[in-house]
Design a protein around this ligand. Structure first.
Ligand code: 4NP
Length: 164
């Protein structure tokens, strides 16, 4: 199916080496498992440029793999204004990422620009906390929060866009 007919989802954090690659890998895994990969496009990017071309952070890779998600093919890139013409959902990991995206948002963007955890069950967490200066527990929390929100987002897309 062409890009225009599929639903595009872009996950965005600061570096694109911890949180948004986790969201990218976890969400893509469940999209594939439900055989929706022809209908839903998935990507991730960072608002910053420090890690362009880098693989996900080793601690992120380990935390994801412990839960059955392989992030090894992912490479960091920076978000661009063109992303607003390619993605119907642009989902920020935290409020700062969202503010930076809102500042880039073209006036005619008709997609959803919001916090990823708006789709989650959790009322305790509205943002995915930056684990970069944290420990293993912080990286595990990222997987927990992302996995729940990814499953709820997938349910939403299936229902809202009538994907079967
Ligand atoms: P991310 O985590 O935004 O979840 O990829 C970070 C990665 C790198 C840096 C900060 C956060 N950094 O300062 O380089």
């Amino acid at each position: 199916m062409s890009e225009r007919m599929s639903v595009g989802v872009l996950f965005v954090c600061l570096g694109n080496i911890c949180r948004s690659p986790t969201a990218h890998g976890v969400f893509a895994h469940h999209v594939a498992q439900r055989r929706l990969d022809q209908l839903i496009r998935v990507d991730s990017a960072g608002t910053g440029d420090w890690h362009i071309g880098h693989a996900p952070d080793k601690r992120t890779t380990v935390a994801a793999l412990q839960r059955g998600y392989d992030l090894s093919a992912l490479r960091a890139r920076q978000v661009t204004r063109e992303d607003f013409s390619r993605f119907d959902y642009i989902l920020a990991m935290d409020a700062e990422n969202l503010r930076n995206l809102q500042a880039m948002r073209p006036a005619d963007y008709r997609g959803e620009l919001k916090l990823f955890l708006d789709y989650a069950d959790s009322v305790q967490h509205r943002e995915v906390p930056d684990p970069y200066y944290g420990g293993a527990d912080d990286f595990a929390l990222v997987v927990d929060l992302v996995e729940n929100a990814a499953l709820r987002l997938l349910d939403h897309l299936v229902a809202h866009h009538r994907l079967r």
